[in-house]
Ligand binder design. Structure first.
Ligand code: CTP
Ligand code: MG
Length: 231
C-alpha cells in the first residue's frame, strides 16, 4: 500500500541515490540492487515515509534510471524523482532544488542506509525543530584508531573518546542547507561538512546500528540477516 505523507509535516527528506556502487562490485547502480528481493532504495524510502513528520521526499536517481525509479517507488510512497549528478553533493543539490515551499526542516539521507529506522528520522528532525541549525546522528568509534604515514608506519594512537562515526539522515534548518550548498566549493561526502565550513554549529544525536551504510558485499549480507531478524 502506498504510504501517505503528512501535508502538515514540516520535514523534507532528500535521498541521494545516484551513485554507482563501485565498492559493492559489478552490477546495477547500488540503490537499485536487491535486498531480500527489493531495491535498497525501496527499503529506504518506505522507512522514511513511515516517519510522521515527513511532508516531502525527493530522490536523486541515476540519470538514466529516473523513469524506472519513479515506477519502482510509486507503490511505496509519493516521491519526487530528479536526475542526480556526478558527485553526491551535486545529487543533493539537485534534490534540494526540487523541494516545494513549505517544509523548513530538510534532512539528507543516503539511499545506501536502507534499514534506517523511522524513529531516527524523527529524532534528527526533532533536534532541528528544537533550534539546532544542523544535526547529525553519530555512533561511538569502537576500534582503536592509529594515525600512520605513507609507509604504514604508526605515528600515534588517536584518542578514540573524542571521535564519532557519522551517519545519515543529517538534518538542517532549510535556509542553512541552501546557503551551504550555494557557497559549496570542493565536493564533500557529507552535508554537515559544508555547514561546518560556514562556521555553523553542528549538533550530534545518538545514531542507530541499523543505519549502517551498505557499502561492500559484507554489508549487504549483514543487512539481509538483519531483515530476517526483523529490522
Ligand atoms: N550518491 C549520489 N550521487 C553520486 C554519488 C553517490 O546520489 N554521484 C549517493 C549514493 O547513491 C548513496 C549515497 O550517495 O546513496 C552515499 O554514497 P556511497 O555509499 O558512496 O554510494 P556509491 O557512490 O553508490 O558507492 P561507491 O562509492 O562504492 O561507488
Ligand atoms: Mg560513493
Amino acid at each position: 500500500m502506498t504510504a501517505q505523507l503528512d501535508p502538515r509535516g514540516d520535514v523534507a527528506v532528500l535521498v541521494p541515490a545516484a551513485g554507482a556502487g563501485v565498492r559493492l562490485g559489478p552490477g546495477a547502480p547500488k540503490a537499485l540492487r536487491l535486498l531480500a528481493g527489493e531495491p535498497l532504495l525501496v527499503h529506504a524510502v518506505r522507512r522514511i515515509a513511515a516517519a510522521p513528520s515527513v511532508h516531502t521526499i525527493v530522490v536523486a536517481a541515476p540519470a538514466t534510471e529516473v523513469e524506472a525509479v519513479r515506477a519502482m517507488l510509486a507503490p511505496a510512497a509519493p516521491v519526487t524523482v530528479v536526475p542526480g549528478g556526478a558527485e553526491r553533493q551535486a545529487s543533493v543539490a539537485a534534490a534540494l532544488a526540487a523541494v516545494p515551499a513549505g517544509p523548513e526542516i530538510v534532512l539528507v539521507h543516503d539511499a545506501a542506509r536502507a534499514l534506517t529506522p523511522p524513529h531516527l528520522v524523527e529524532s534528527v528532525a526533532a533536534a532541528v525543530r528544537d533550534g539546532h541549525d544542523a544535526v547529525i546522528p553519530v555512533l561511538p568509534v569502537v576500534d582503536t584508531i592509529k594515525e600512520v604515514d605513507a609507509t604504514e608506519r604508526v605515528l600515534g594512537t588517536v584518542d578514540r573518546s573524542a571521535l564519532r562515526s557519522v551517519q545519515t539522515p543529517q538534518g538542517f534548518r532549510r535556509s542553512v542547507l541552501v546557503a551551504a550548498h550555494r557557497s559549496a566549493g570542493d565536493a564533500l561526502t557529507d552535508d554537515a561538512g559544508l555547514v561546518e565550513k560556514q562556521g555553523i554549529a553542528v549538533t550530534c544525536v545518538p545514531g542507530s546500528e541499523l543505519a549502517l551504510k551498505i557499502t561492500r558485499p559484507f554489508d549487504l549480507a549483514l543487512a539481509e540477516h538483519l531483515l530476517t531478524t526483523g529490522a
